[in-house]
Design a protein around this ligand. Sequence first.
Ligand code: AMP
Length: 114
Amino acid sequence: MSDDCLFCRIASGEAESERVAEGDRWVAFRDVNPQAPTHVLVIPRQHVENLNDLEPGREELLGELLMAARQVAEQEGLDEGYRVVANNDRQAGQSVFHLHFHVLGGRAMGWPPG
Ligand code: AMP
């Protein structure tokens, strides 16, 4: 855990969030600035900055996070589809440097993203 990381504090329960699901190694909570009717963030409990910071051998954790995203989508009733996005580093728009997958759904979406 990194003391100055907001998402570490959310994962530990020290900072508030609207949690929708959790597992041994991950937590899912609603984004404070939702970009779709459903906008949930799935994060590992362990501090990892982004995909570039994930050590080889941690593929299992990534799989678990994506399965968690699927679980959230099912729970939220996103039967018609949803998008899973990870902004990786500054040019992609990453603003919180603790790995997270956005789960977005509940409206039609355009492509390519901005
Ligand atoms: P990114 O820009 O991809 O790093 O995504 C960070 C996301 O975290 C943004 O969508 C923010 O709205 C969201 N966010 C920032 N602070 C909080 C918070 N305290 N609780 C929930 N979501 C947050």
